[in-house]
Write a protein that binds this ligand. Structure first.
Ligand SMILES: Cc1cc2nc3c(=O)[nH]c(=O)nc-3n(C[C@H](O)[C@H](O)[C@H](O)COP(=O)(O)OP(=O)(O)OC[C@H]3O[C@@H](n4cnc5c(N)ncnc54)[C@H](O)[C@@H]3O)c2cc1C
Length: 376
């Protein structure tokens, strides 16, 4: 059979590049088809849990802008700032991060190749692009993000609902930049479900707001108002809106010779909006499943190792955002619960385990982090 590659991957984000890396490491011929010219900007706050980076046997130091050491939570006039252990969360700019991973994969890349259609039989998958080209491979990985064409054509992708987030890259005065060195900020009680953020980069701040449930909130206005509180003026910054394909329930993520990873598979955490770690992991899982020749087990693996626990994240989000006052003062400020939440990000604990530890949290009910002194 005349094939263009063993595996074709649609999309060169973290999900696609991770799959490409692990397939190439075992000698597979991999072709990545990416609709954009590379490197491309991706609307994203760029907070990557180190647990995602640890999947790879090389260092990401070259593309890490900052390491997070402190986390500030804001609720109305109150702020609480807590220490974050080393090796929890790194800040990246996605154009550089994704390109770095792509180069490490050593996959063949077809830029500006938008995939429009596919067919499959028991031996191969045939992919067509908007420019009229056709490619053949043994397997196809759909890593094409929130609006996955691969998912649409194969009738998959039912486990996500598109919500919305806004993001701006903004330059600020040195003093403000300095005050956010190694510090991440999240602000609550401005949306029925979701939060705004300030993520520090080496020479600017990435600021944004994400609604974890779809709604008609004036996100841009809310973000501008909240940023003004920190003397951050967004009037001259470009604010980009981008869909956030939040996990909404267990669903099939493979069909025949086609597998979905990352946002295409609906693996964005419905509590935090985090998706890069799960994109990296599902990319690796898709590669391993193909290499082991048992893709019929792929959906089960994703459900066992990611999606099953995202169901608990969804339940937690329902509780947390419906009672934000209580959640701020008795969950986020509770030192024991905050540590447990950090452990879910570092893969040391599942949401399910963290939630079922509630009797322990009751013992620590009054072990609360004091509020920061009011800013003058
Ligand atoms: C505002 C915002 C902030 C966020 N902040 C964070 C954060 O701080 N931390 C975190 O973990 N997650 C964050 N996320 C989520 C995160 O960005 C995604 O979960 C992550 O990018 C998923 O990676 P992916 O590889 O699945 O998809 P993507 O990164 O979206 O990559 C998909 C790729 O496929 C290409 N593509 C799409 N369609 C086609 C086609 N038909 N043919 C060819 N190529 C195609 C696209 O051009 C793109 O390059 C944020 C999301 C938003 C919107």
């Amino acid at each position: 059979m005349n094939l263009d590659a063993d595996v074709i991957i649609v999309g060169s984000g973290p999900g696609g590049c991770s799959a490409a890396y692990f397939l190439r490491a075992r000698g597979c011929r991999v072709l990545i088809l990416e609709q954009k010219k590379l490197p491309r900007y991706k609307t994203c706050a760029g907070g990557v849990p180190d647990a995602g980076l640890d999947l790879f046997p090389f260092s990401f130091d070259r593309v890490i802008e900052q390491k997070i050491r402190r986390f500030s939570c804001v609720f109305g006039p109150n702020t609480v700032t807590m220490d974050v252990p080393d090796r929890t969360l790194s800040m990246v700019m996605r154009d550089r991060f994704d390109q770095f991973l792509l180069e490490h994969s050593r996959a063949e890349v077809g830029e500006q190749s938008r995939v429009t259609g596919l067919t499959q039989d028991e031996h191969k998958v045939v992919i067509s692009t908007a420019r009229g080209k056709t490619f053949r491979a043994r397997y196809l990985i759909g890593a094409d993000g929130h609006n996955s064409r691969v998912a649409a054509v194969t009738g998959l992708g039912n486990g996500r609902r598109n919500s919305l987030a806004l993001q701006a890259e903004t330059t600020v005065d040195r003093d403000i930049l300095q005050s956010f060195q190694g510090r991440l900020l999240a602000g609550f009680n401005v949306l029925p479900s979701g939060y705004y953020w300030i993520f520090p980069k080496s020479d600017h701040l990435s600021v944004g707001i994400g609604a974890l449930k779809p709604g008609k909130q004036p996100l841009r206005k809310i973000l501008q108002e909240q940023m003004a509180r920190f003397d951050i003026d967004l009037s001259k910054s470009r604010t980009r809106a981008y869909p956030l394909p939040v996990f909404s329930g267990l669903a099939k993520v493979h069909s025949g010779r086609v597998l979905l990873v990352g946002d295409a598979a609906g693996l964005v955490d419905p509590y935090t909006g985090e998706g890069i770690r799960h994109a990296l992991f599902s990319g690796m899982a898709a590669a391993e499943t193909i290499l082991a020749g048992n893709i019929q087990n792929y959906t089960r693996r994703i459900q066992d190792e990611i999606a099953g626990d995202l169901l608990w994240a969804k339940r937690l989000a329902g509780f947390f955002y419906a009672r934000q006052h209580l959640s701020f003062h008795y969950l986020l400020r509770n030192r024991c619960i905050f540590q447990a939440m950090l452990k879910t990000v570092t893969n040391q604990k599942t949401y399910k385990k963290a939630i079922f530890n509630w009797p322990l949290y009751l013992l620590h009910l009054f072990n609360r982090q004091p509020l920061d002194p009011p800013q003058s």
